[in-house]
Design a protein around this ligand. Sequence first.
Ligand SMILES: [Zn+2]
Length: 233
Amino acid sequence: MYSVQVFRLTPKTVFFVPFETSTWWTMTFPPTRTWTRLCVPQENTTLGKIMFSNDSTRGSNRWHVIRVRSGCQTEVINLSEAFFPITTHYIGHTVPCCLDNCALCDWKPQRGLFYLAVYCLSRTMMLELGAQSSGHLEQHAKLMHHGLRSGQVIRCQRRGQKQPIYTEITDCQQNVTAVAPIDLASKVMALYKLPCSNPGDTIDDYSSRLAGIVRIRNERLALELKKGVSKGL
Ligand SMILES: [Zn+2]
């Protein structure tokens, strides 16, 4: 792809032309004093990749969350070998708990949430389950299907508002690739507006990095809660 810029040269105009990068060429045409700049993108130069580009094959950075509502039923294909568990607090909305020195633990009960990467409606999504529902599914998978594996077709159903989600593995598709646990972790934490993992991060590296951020965030939230309580809110 080439682009050409043509512009008039005025007496006060000064151009900086970085010839050493070999990226720009400038040619002058004396009769009209018109300059033409030919822009040639180059690969494998010392400049590296161009920042303002996009890899369209990556698609959206966010995965939708499947929360099965009362009276609903859905079927998903499992893409995880294990649940990704996090501990949370509910303060009008759900926030992650850092467990160690968490300021919210003194104020709000802990609640476990469990996530599986799944395939549904031609998209990669996350299935969110509570402690009881995930326990049922894990036990069912262990007893009947040698554990959770990618390709398992999971039917999810919820009969009532206060009922846990009923899950059952009904089929298994072959040659389905599992999502890496660090990728699932990254997508789950993005739900809570936390940064994604760095390339080469292990789950432990990522966990300790986020724990520091969550600790500071929860201290601030606990302070706001204390102010609300003292004002009688
Ligand atoms: Zn906590």
